[in-house]
Ligand binder design. Structure first.
Ligand code: GDP
Ligand code: IMO
Ligand code: MG
Length: 423
């Protein structure tokens, strides 16, 4: 029986998960997304052409890889259809796409509610992507969500009608424009008709593939510190992007989990509000943002940038049981003269490796930095770790030493081939 190799974000998202998944998918029979929705933006650069996937698993570019949207995902059908059409326009067949019958649908009222909730939070806003993610997951757990199997069935109209009527009462109360039920239902029936042919029983499909000894990779979205349980609550997303979400979001037990790769950048970034103690809200952060092109794939917002935080990384390694690290943007950090690495926190005068998402605790923590020399030069053509410049080796060795998880992938540029695969 084969196992599922997993790719997860270790920090606040946008670590380059898409690129690692694209590489692993080359030899995979299936690649599955397990959580989140189109709040995700996973970029892959192929021969100068940039693909940004929000819902479709990044494995889709390999036509031999089945690309499955798992049951844990929330799907905006409009966005999914746009993505399918964009791929077709670029000459890709989308015949290898499969959608779980148990995934949930994002309706327009979820997006309207997301925006309304942010408005009501005022100065305490989370900085969501405004894609309706939180409200869609809330409805799922409240048991009024619309699953894909209902979306493509005759039941859709009556469920949607009832839901829209309820949501409109809320919009009315806040003097917001209401949703036109008839128009919405008609439009969404068309979307359902379009997507119907891709719908499968993904749990059965996945287990059949496992029994056939097929190679499967799971594409995490978002990241550990955005996890609803383990992240920096309330500045989190509404799902579990950590390892547990892989199991509930696909329908596999722990014995089917193989490698668990934690993706990080050689620095760090975050979009949205909340604590981020290695943030460099200064010239250094601005320089990293420009060198790494750190602007959101989904919302185009400038990302907050700072140094790599090994206390947080160790937390991600523990929580997810990481078996390997994938470090991207080593080329980017290597453009600086001096690099700082947060190797511990100082809490009430004591050095500690304890990470907690408790804001009161974090506020009192002061990062302890070690300084490294940069100026790595052009490393994009290097294919072996031992051929990297000494400065890069020292930096990577120290990360590995402190986190105690082996580095398996080293990102040396944005292109899909700009990567060192460590034996
Ligand atoms: P994801 O959401 O984790 O898949 O990451 P995003 O795609 O949102 O953001 C990662 C960004 O970094 C994208 O623009 C990638 O093209 C880019 N990228 C990934 N790895 C590297 C790398 O090693 N070097 C450089 N320069 N860019 C990279
Ligand atoms: P990928 O998969 C970066 C952030 C949002 C916001 C918070 C809640 O590309 O790494 P939400 O819309 O989910 O309710 O917003 O989570 N966020 C992400 N940040 N990368 C992502 O995905 C993200 N998905 C959500 O910016 O702070
Ligand atoms: Mg992203």
């Amino acid at each position: 029986m084969s196992k599922v190799d997993v790719v997860l974000g270790t920090f606040y998202g946008d670590e380059g998960k898409g690129k690692i998944i694209d590489y692993l998918s080359e030899n995979a029979d299936a690649s599955i997304r397990c959580s989140g929705g189109n709040n995700a933006g996973h970029t892959i650069n192929v021969n100068g052409k940039k693909f940004a996937f929000h819902l479709i698993p990044s494995g889709i570019l390999n036509s031999n890889t089945k690309a499955i949207i798992g049951n844990g995902v929330v799907i905006d059908p409009k966005v999914l259809i746009e993505e399918i059409e964009e791929l077709k326009k670029n000459g890709y067949s989308v015949d290898n796409l499969y959608i779980s019958d148990k995934a949930h649908i994002i309706m327009p009222y979820h997006i309207m509610m997301d925006k309304l909730q942010e408005e009501l939070r005022a100065e305490n806003k989370i900085g969501t992507t405004a894609r309706g993610i939180g409200p869609a997951y809330s409805d799922k757990y409240e048991r009024s969500g619309i699953r894909v199997e209902d979306f493509i069935s005759d039941k859709f109209e009556s469920i949607a009608k009832e839901n829209i009527a309820k949501k409109n009462k809320i919009f009315k109360m806040y003097q917001k424009e209401e949703l036109n039920a008839e128009e919405t239902i008609e439009q969404y029936k068309k979307y359902a008709q379009y997507l119907k042919k891709y719908v499968v029983d993904s749990v059965d499909m996945l287990h059949n593939l496992l029994e056939e000894n097929k190679n499967i990779v799971c594409e995490g979205a978002q990241a550990t510190l955005l996890d609803i349980d383990f992240g920096n609550y309330p500045f989190v997303t509404s799902s579990n992007p950590t390892i547990g979400g892989v199991m509930t979001g696909t329908g596999i037990g722990p014995k089917y989990i193989g490698e668990v790769y934690g993706v990080l950048k050689a620095y760090s970034s975050k979009v949205g509000e909340g604590m981020y103690i290695t943030e460099q809200d200064n010239e250094i952060g601005d320089t990293i943002r420009e060198l790494g092109h750190e602007y959101g794939t989904t919302t185009k917002r400038p990302r907050r940038c700072g140094w790599l935080d090994l206390v947080a990384l160790k937390y991600a390694a523990r929580l997810n049981g990481l078996t390997g690290l994938a470090i991207n943007h080593v080329d980017t950090i290597g453009k600086l003269d001096k690099i700082k690495l947060c190797v511990a926190y100082e809490y009430e005068g004591q050095r500690t490796m304890r990470f907690s998402t408790n804001n009161e605790y974090l506020k009192k923590c002061v990062p302890v930095y070690e300084e490294f020399d940069g100026n790595f030069g052009d490393i994009s053509n290097i294919k072996r770790r031992e051929d990297l410049p000494e400065n890069a080796k020292k930096y990577l060795d120290r990360i590995e030493e402190i986190v105690n998880v082996p580095i398996k992938f080293i990102g040396t540029g944005a292109d899909r081939n700009d990567m060192i695969i460590v034996d």
